[in-house]
Design a protein around this ligand. Structure first.
Ligand code: APR
Length: 314
């Protein structure tokens, strides 16, 4: 069997972590593209030298040439600049749009059959641009946001309730911004929903509301601490879980920024919704019956995404 090929565009904080995780999970051979000369080559060589210690076989190649992405099975895009304190994801729009256009051209030329995961912010606008410019089928281009947002919420709950993170499941919908919609009704600990846990007095409604808010601003909290960039371990792990679901045809049900064609009343935009990821890419968008309150929150989030897309330089 041929090893899979994973192309990482952007070999910064997230890109390097993607490469490490990809190696540790033996997902395939890795190509790391970055405009900074020598940097992806250096990180690649370092990772090659880690592989004997960890005992996995994979190659890591750094490059400044898109041609090295040829026939990649998966492309994960982090090229761009991250947030600095005081910057919103939207401030990144103009700078990152230009970069994402170049990346999309590279994908179109060298690996049009790949499954593409976008991480570059502002996520919902960048994933849309990546799909439009690359011309890849929308079901093969997704944005990583919901898995990360849900994972943050899962961690906060596990920590508060003193239970294993493994048993906490959360669903977060909407755009990857402050208007995201953590769905408490669809979040649970070992099958017991959060509203039930409030009734059982495991936590108060007020504590739950605070956790929802902390989740919404989870990225900003880390930017505030790091000061020189944004989160990278959890974003990388989240994207790897999506890539793995595709490569291993796992049919995982994960919240991702997916292209909507009428689902949830949204047509022609990317937004965070639960989807099934398998060998066909996004194989299904899962449509939930939202309450009127949840729908209103989701609509607000979609409106924010639409504004962002409208503000994206064409
Ligand atoms: N082509 C390829 N790579 C580029 C380009 C380009 N045109 N422009 C910049 N880069 C590279 C940078 O050289 C850098 O190595 O993208 C990399 C980004 O890495 P970091 O600055 O470390 O940022 P990171 O934390 O990895 O985040 C990347 O993901 O979460 C989002 O908001 C975040 O948009 C940001 C992205």
């Amino acid at each position: 069997v041929k090893r899979h090929k994973i192309a990482l565009v952007g070999a910064g904080q997230i890109g390097a972590t993607l490469a490490l995780l990809s190696g540790m999970k033996e997902l395939g051979d890795v190509v790391m593209y970055d405009i900074v000369e020598g940097m992806p080559q250096g990180k690649g060589l370092d990772l090659c030298q880690l592989s004997p210690v960890e005992g996995f076989d994979a190659t890591f190649k750094g490059t400044q040439s898109y041609a090295d992405m040829k026939d990649a099975d998966v492309v994960i895009v982090t090229a761009g600049v991250p947030r600095k304190p005081g910057m919103s994801r939207d401030d990144l729009l103009a700078i990152n749009a230009k970069i994402v256009r170049q990346v999309a051209d590279g994908i179109k030329t060298y690996c049009p059959d790949a499954f593409v995961v976008c991480i570059t912010n502002p996520l919902d606008a960048m994933v849309q641009l990546l799909q439009e410019v690359s011309g890849l089928p929308p079901n093969k281009v997704v944005g990583m946001a919901g898995v990360l947002d849900a994972s943050r919420f899962r961690y906060f709950l596990a920590e508060k309730l003193n239970v294993s993170v493994e048993d906490v499941h959360c669903l977060v919908m909407g755009g990857h911004g402050d208007t995201m919609v953590p769905l408490v009704r669809y979040s649970n600990v070992g099958g017991i929903t959060l509203p039930d846990l409030v009734k059982m007095k495991w936590l108060t409604q007020d504590e739950l509301n605070k956790m929802v808010d902390r989740t919404r601003f989870g990225g900003g909290e880390i930017v505030g601490l790091l000061k020189t960039g944004s989160a990278f371990y959890a974003p990388a792990a989240s994207a790897i879980s999506m890539a793995e679901a595709y490569l291993k045809d796992k049919k995982r049900l994960l919240p991702c920024a997916a292209y909507l064609t009428g689902e949830y009343g949204v047509n022609g935009f990317y937004c965070g919704v639960p989807v099934i990821i398998g060998k066909g890419g996004v194989e299904k968008v899962v449509e939930l019956q939202l309450t009127s309150e949840e729908s209103a929150m989701f609509k607000k989030s979609v409106d924010a995404v639409k504004e962002l897309v409208a503000a994206t330089p064409k």
